[in-house]
Design a protein around this ligand. Structure first.
Ligand code: NAP
Length: 302
């Protein structure tokens, strides 16, 4: 019989704590962990849940890591996108949300494409927003790792079609930036964004490369660790240019199916690699909670 590296649950005391606290995540079973780098000083509750977490230090360039969730058949978004996000993919897994909170707590900036914000416009990309019950632990983790109170929420848009009323800009709760093209910035200048929202022009033209996005951001905001939460078009650009160092991928035990024109999106969109220009990844860790798998890959450069 194969046993996980850390059995699940760990003790009778743990078990009773888990079962009495409904809505709290169960500790993940750790089956594989070959991650490298320095150990992150996780507060006790987070360490009980995740186990040891090691992360590479961003030295010259920021360390860029992604986090998305897919169905068993690789879908990250259903065709009807309004109001649907990763929660519909994972069945609102509490463990997935708890882990997202940890990853956000470790990031200096969380980067999302405008399509993702359009799907869930009320969202804030902060640790506490995704899993409020652990807000205090996430805060302690941020201060132990030298982060600001909240990560920068960075929205990528070529056309400048973002709404100043979205809470990510209007709530004043997060430092926010929009990275856009010159024509996108012209369009944005006609709307009234709060002064706290920085509009950064990364390039001419109709598209931004991942390099444009990262270097523009880095010139304005001190970033050692950047978390890319998608969506699939933005992720495709980061993969195409080999700018994504790692991917934390939740595999949810759900099938989305596929019929012509249903509009569902897969993990990577807008770019094809294929056998002539493949992208490979190395499995760094495998954790499990019931039928959800929490995978972590190092992405090999092209
Ligand atoms: N399951 C998950 O874990 C997960 C995670 C994230 C998102 N999602 C889902 O994915 C769906 C959205 O997918 P999507 O592919 O449309 O999302 P996306 O990549 O977030 O958004 C695409 C839009 O973002 C902007 N954009 C992205 N890359 C750009 C680049 N390199 N340069 C300039 N602009 C860029 C463009 O905005 P403009 O059109 O404004 O120019 C583009 O139309 C939503 O349903 C969301 O809930 C799921």
């Amino acid at each position: 019989m194969i046993l996980p590296l850390s059995p699940h649950p760990r003790s009778r005391k743990d078990l009773s704590a888990q079962t009495t606290a409904r809505g709290f995540p169960l500790p993940l079973s750790v089956w594989i962990d070959r991650s490298r780098g320095s150990e992150v000083p996780l507060p006790a509750s987070l360490k009980r849940f995740y186990g040891s977490l090691r992360l590479e230090k961003g030295n010259r360039a920021p360390h860029v890591f992604g986090n998305l969730a897919t169905t068993l058949d690789g879908v990250v978004a259903f065709g009807d996108r309004r109001g649907t996000g990763g929660g519909d993919i994972t069945g609102h897994s509490v463990e997935d949300r708890a882990l997202m909170g940890i990853l956000r707590a470790l990031a200096d900036a969380v980067v999302v494409g405008a399509g993702t914000v359009r799907a869930i416009p009320r969202h804030l990309w902060t640790p506490a927003h995704i899993f409020p019950a652990w807000a205090g632990s996430y805060r302690r983790l941020r201060s132990a790792t030298g982060g600001l109170d909240e990560p920068w929420n960075v929205v990528i848009t070529a056309r400048g079609t973002v709404d100043p009323g979205w809470p990510v800009f209007s709530s004043g709760k997060v430092p926010a930036a929009i990275v856009t093209t010159r024509s996108g910035a012209r369009r944005l200048s006609r709307a009234h964004f709060p002064e706290s929202t920085r509009v950064l022009i990364a390039a001419e033209g109709h598209h931004l490369s991942a390099l444009d996005i990262l270097s523009t951001l880095r010139a304005e905001v001190p970033v050692r660790r950047v978390l890319v939460e998608g969506g699939p078009h933005l992720l495709g650009d980061f993969l195409k240019e080999s700018r994504l160092g790692e991917l934390f991928l939740t595999l949810s035990p759900q099938f989305a199916g596929n019929s012509a024109g249903d509009g569902a999106l897969r993990l990577v969109e807008g770019v094809s690699f294929g056998p002539s220009d493949p992208r490979w990844a190395e499995l760094l860790s495998l954790r499990q909670s019931k039928s959800h798998l929490f995978l972590r890959y190092q992405i090999h450069p092209a």
